[in-house]
Design a protein around this ligand. Sequence first.
Ligand code: SF4
Length: 474
Amino acid sequence: MNGTQMEMNLNPARGSRLKEALESGQFVTLIETQVPPGEMDRPSGIRRLEALEKAVLARDDGRAALAIVDNSSRPDWKAVEFAAALPEEDRDRHLIYLSGTGADRKAVSDLLQIAANAGLRNIAAVSGTVPEKDRSARNCGKLAFTESTETLKMLAAHPCGFYAGGTVNPFQYTPWTLLGSYYKMVKKFSCGAGFLVTQAGWDMLKLQSVAWYLTGRSLFYPHIARLILLSPEKAETIRSGGMPGIKISRDMKKLLDRELSLSKNQFEAAQYRRLELQAAGCRLLGFSGIQICGADTPAKAEFVMQRIRSALEEFTTFPAWLDEYNAFMASTEMAPFADDFQLYDRVLHRSYPFDAPPGTRELPAPDVSFGEKAGYFAKAFLFSGTEGETPGHAGCLRRLLTGCRGCRVCHLPKKSFICPATCPMKLVDGICGDAESDGSCPVTRQECVHHRILRLAHWRNRLPEQENLIFTAD
Ligand code: SF4
């Protein structure tokens, strides 16, 4: 951490213009940029950030700002510290991400103090992702993690009055990854999130579904969709699965292949048009704004904002937008495999039916083996009285059969008798956004522990209680 940490002139509590814009119904555009890579020296990185801020705020209608994210290749310079180098007067307009990867509670608390001292008001808490080089259970076990739900609780308790946000990956295709993501999103609101940002993706059905889920739960919080402006290099990285959490279907890969075979100008034109259509669609679906990744130079940011503005003027009705979107995407299937699970019927073909809220589709019967059933009943016999116990009670048998890690309060009976702290990132409140399309964990290559908990909970007809159960590991 740099000298900013030592700055003790606490900024007086003041509001957040991002919050005002989102809560007054303006459609906000955030231009995403990240902490510069290691080869760039700090003064050059700061100059680049200042130039980008100038270009973005030049629109001066209060609807554009920056979203500043961490760079996993540069763990020594956090987004909060980077953002604190911006001129003070507009820091409350920008959204800053705070990742819990590689940071324990003390490190997160220190970063929050830096943000408070610097007058940064809008913080999105993310659990983060395991760096590629540490993607083995052994290396992962050596890393510190603070789950986003914990960071949100710390943000809510901080005296400076942060405007805190949570994230969700709505691009999920099995019933349990999809519900797991929604349940975790609801927990984030319970822990203090005041707005939401989605993971990036192209599947507008999933974006409408998450918006419907929020409406159905009366969670009328601002929600922002993260969209990507692809460069040929980024398209290649995503095609090869090199961006954790970003899911891509076979059809979408083929579409990108076709676009990559075009001239550079034609490739770019296709990307801008897709971005325009997604941006206009998000507004018509009720999103409060968009966060654009891939446009972090002043010239690109200006151009993107101009294109988005024209698209918002071009599409003012949902049917006109849908016709153009369908024509452009040419029935590209967005699900990574054939049996895509949709929670609602006729998504993207009607607006939210307030008079007759959409029923959810019946979940398919979970595939639970005889061994799993026998194991469940054996553990239920042995451990059904453990709810609420403290770590001192955990014996060898519990450790052996449930993976018990001695959490502060035991919720094994509510967690299908599987200790959630066995997640390699120690995320106990639910599934992370990096889980693979089939529900497997990118670190262990086995079924995600939360996917398994939900699958078994569904078999026992105990799914709904998973939505509100906020856990405590340490
Ligand atoms: S077990 Fe699940 S929540 Fe934990 S890191 Fe793996 S995929 Fe993410």
